[in-house]
Design a protein around this ligand. Structure first.
Ligand SMILES: Cc1ncc(COP(=O)(O)O)c(C=O)c1O
Length: 432
């Protein structure tokens, strides 16, 4: 059986007192335990690796094609990598020393110019842009800066796992609103029902991981209206903004009424296939960005300047690469979708991003987490159970979507072809 800790929900002793050396005398869970439990990463009171690490190890053990982790196998353009290498080698502009806490001016200016060119948004690079160590640090700093004990954070589920984990670290309550098959579109009425007097922040993610859904401006407008009516802040995660294959990206902050309450996080990792560089940014009204900075400066203080200056050039000169990348990923998506279809599945057609999701019950597998070992061993493919991207436990998305699997297509075409050949064996796999 391949049940992962992330997918199996909390165990009775996950959050309670244990004899662990860090356990508190009053029995309250320590911050690390709250954080891990929120992501379903506690087993028997000890932290477990993320599902991404577990699935990568599983793929390696069986020599299976790894469509689990969302990182490309091919690095981004050589000309961007050369810029960073040169900056490190020459040390020009102090590129091996601490960068300013806000980020290099050249990158903040490039982010500002990028927002104007792509979306018509005007940002002051000195007050409305903050460079972070990946979008992940932007999310962490935003939640730690703006929510705390007694507050509630609401997000649509399934979701990128750091939202729940960082909300727990901040001491706030996390509430998930279901995205439902077959279309997985966020429902403004369901959002409205979830918001209460303690709700402080709503997290939106467009384009969406893992479904690839891109809400149109009308739907975004209705979601924002709900947030305005309830006076809540918005954290908008837009890391897949350049990987839209059908239609185009619409920034939440451009929706009428959104700007003054919205912090947007994005990063270069997905756009330029440089996920290891961890160069991201937070944009929004000056007062909100200053609040996030107050926390961010005590997390990493700043991000490697050689990477920052190279990404500044990428944002300014990278549109041709981005167009080609969209074409490559669209072709990979379409090939994987046809392979999944031929294997008897009915994949969701993602308008954007790195992933598609499928319901494995169509081939007799009702528990995707339990089926991972059999899929790796007998079919030779590995995905990520969607339940791992949901709040653990009964009655949550982890239960509703337990037969769903996420598959990554941010891979070279020969890897996708290999996966498609192996997926043909899917109907013969049954979980023991
Ligand atoms: C929705 C979403 N947000 C944020 C991130 C993290 O971005 P970064 O690598 O820039 O920290 C990811 C990475 O998988 C993601 O899927």
């Amino acid at each position: 059986m391949g049940t992962t800790a992330a997918a199996r929900g909390p165990q009775p002793d996950d959050t309670g007192p244990t004899r662990h050396p860090t356990a508190r005398r009053d029995g309250r869970p320590e911050p690390w335990r709250r954080t891990a439990a929120a992501a379903g990463l506690l087993a028997g009171g000890v932290p477990t690796p993320t599902v991404f690490e577990a699935m990568t190890a599983l793929a390696a053990r069986h020599g299976a094609v790894n469509l689990g982790q969302g990182s490309p196998d091919e690095d981004g353009p050589a000309w961007i990598r050369d810029r960073a290498a040169e900056a490190i080698r020459t040390g020009a502009d102090r590129s091996n020393q601490y960068a300013p806490g806000l980020g290099l001016p050249v990158l903040r200016q490039a982010v500002s110019a990028h927002q104007r060119r792509h979306y018509g948004l005007e940002l002051d690079p000195d007050r409305q842009v903050l460079v972070t160590t990946g979008a992940t640090e932007g999310i962490a700093a935003t939640l730690l800066a703006l929510v705390g004990p007694g507050d509630e954070v609401v997000a649509f589920e399934p979701y990128y796992d750091s939202y729940a984990a960082m909300t727990a670290l901040a001491g706030a309550r996390f509430t998930a609103v279901p995205l439902r098959p077959p279309h997985f579109l966020p429902d403004p009425e369901a959002l409205e029902r979830a918001l209460g007097p303690d709700t402080r922040m709503v997290v939106l993610n467009t384009p969406h991981n893992p479904t690839g859904v891109v809400p149109d401006p009308a739907l975004l407008g209705r979601l924002v209206e709900v947030c305005v009516r309830h006076g809540v802040l918005i954290l908008s995660d837009e890391v897949y903004e350049h990987l839209v294959y059908d239609g185009r990206h619409h920034p939440v902050s451009a929706v009428p009424g959104a700007w003054e309450r919205t912090l947007t996080v994005s990063s270069a990792g997905k756009s330029f296939s440089l996920t290891g560089w961890k160069v991201g940014w937070v944009t929004g009204p000056a007062e909100l960005v200053a609040a996030v900075r107050a926390v961010k400066q005590f997390l990493t203080y700043s991000t490697g300047p050689a990477y920052q200056s190279a990404i500044a050039e990428a944002l300014s000169d990278g549109d041709v690469f981005l167009a080609g990348q969209r074409d490559r990923l669209r072709a990979a998506r379409d090939r994987l979708l046809s392979g999944l279809g031929a294997a008897g599945l009915d994949p969701v057609v993602p308008a954007a991003g790195y992933f598609t999701v499928t319901d494995l019950s169509a081939v007799g597998l009702d528990d995707a987490a339990a089926a991972t070992e059999a899929l790796a061993a007998r079919a030779g493919v590995v995905g990520i159970p969607v339940s791992a991207l949901c709040t653990p436990g009964a009655g949550t998305g982890a239960h509703r979507l337990r037969s769903w699997m996420r598959w990554a297509f941010c891979k070279p075409m020969d890897t996708i072809e290999d996966a498609v050949r192996r997926l043909a064996a899917l109907p013969t796999v049954s979980a023991d």
